[in-house]
Every structure is written in structure tokens, then in C-alpha cells.
Unconditional design. Structure first.
Length: 180
């Protein structure tokens, strides 16, 4: 992500050029949608959450601190919106396909599908905040970046992420799944 372009777009928006926000939407729409999808587990709900994220980001743009990455600030809004949405929705979460394409060999394909279903079912049983931590980690964010995004210290991120991973391992083990 190009931080300089983000700062320029934010500055233009704050000066009244509201069309500049479209650049930010186009740049971050996909990562926000992906994050929301991994937390709420429904494509339509993820679109609703993403729309809400960009509305809130636009409304709160004056509170953005340019000393930090715009993406981290936006991701924090996305996480909070996704968690709030998932918490309000207390419905059974359907398994989702977040693990890519299955192998072409039928035996491998069946094993891959079974493993994916176990992982998805275990993720559905984890609290939304823990799913958010796992999603940020899977996105390749460092502990420091996750901490900035969620407002935690690096130590707290490590601790909470460890707990989320342990919970996932326990659920996978309890369901007869593979031990990671």
C-alpha cells in the first residue's frame, strides 16, 4: 500500500475534495471485504460491513492521525465493525471457503475438503475478536502492526494470538482434526 498516496487523498478530502475518498475506497475495498468476510462468514454481510466501514471512515476522517498508516486506522475500523456485526448476529455461522482451491486428485480433493470443513467449523466456534486476530495474523501483519490496529501492546497481541491459536488447536483436536 502506498502511504504517500493515502496521505495525499486524506488531505484532499479534508480540504473538501470528497471525490478523493474514492481513491481510498478503490485501494482498500478488497482487503476490508476480505477481513469482514473472514469474521462474519457471509458475503452479503461482509459487503454491508465494508460499506459501513467506509462511511464511518469518511465521517471520522478528521480524527485520523497521519503519524500512523492510514491502512492500520482503516483496518481497526473494519475489525470493530466486523466484530460488532458478528456479535449482534448471534446466528449459526456457515462454513466458508477461505482456503483456496482444492487439489485436482480426487483422493487429495476429498481429504482437503474434509480438513477445510473442520477448520472452518472450528473457526466458527471461536469468538469474533479471536477470529479477527487470526485473520490479521494470516494477512501477514506483524505483532506491532496488529497491536497498532487493535490498540494493544505487542505483548498483549502475542498473548491473545497465542490463546486464539490454542483455542483453534483444541477445537481441531476435540473434533478429531489434525493437530497443527
Amino acid at each position: 500500500m502506498d502511504e504517500q498516496k493515502d496521505l495525499e487523498a486524506v488531505g484532499r478530502c479534508l480540504r473538501g475534495e470528497i471525490d478523493a475518498f474514492e481513491d481510498l475506497i478503490l485501494r482498500y475495498q478488497k482487503p476490508v471485504m476480505n477481513l469482514a468476510y473472514r469474521i462474519v462468514h457471509d458475503p452479503e454481510d461482509a459487503r454491508d460491513v465494508a460499506q459501513s466501514v467506509f462511511v464511518k471512515a469518511f465521517a471520522g476522517l478528521s480524527s485520523y492521525d497521519s503519524h500512523y498508516k492510514f491502512f492500520s486506522w482503516l483496518y481497526r475500523i473494519a475489525i470493530n465493525e466486523s466484530i460488532n456485526f458478528a456479535s449482534k448476529r448471534r446466528r449459526k455461522i456457515a462454513p466458508v471457503d477461505v482456503w483456496g482451491e482444492a487439489p485436482s486428485d480426487p483422493v487429495e480433493e476429498t481429504a482437503h475438503a474434509e480438513l477445510r470443513a473442520r477448520i472452518e467449523a472450528a473457526l466458527a466456534r471461536i469468538a469474533p475478536r479471536q477470529r479477527a486476530l487470526l485473520a490479521l495474523s494470516a494477512d501477514g501483519l506483524s505483532y506491532k502492526e496488529i497491536g497498532r490496529t487493535l490498540g494493544f501492546s505487542e505483548t498483549k497481541v502475542k498473548s491473545k494470538l497465542f490463546a486464539a491459536r490454542q483455542k483453534l488447536r483444541g477445537l481441531l483436536g476435540a473434533d478429531g482434526g489434525v493437530r497443527p
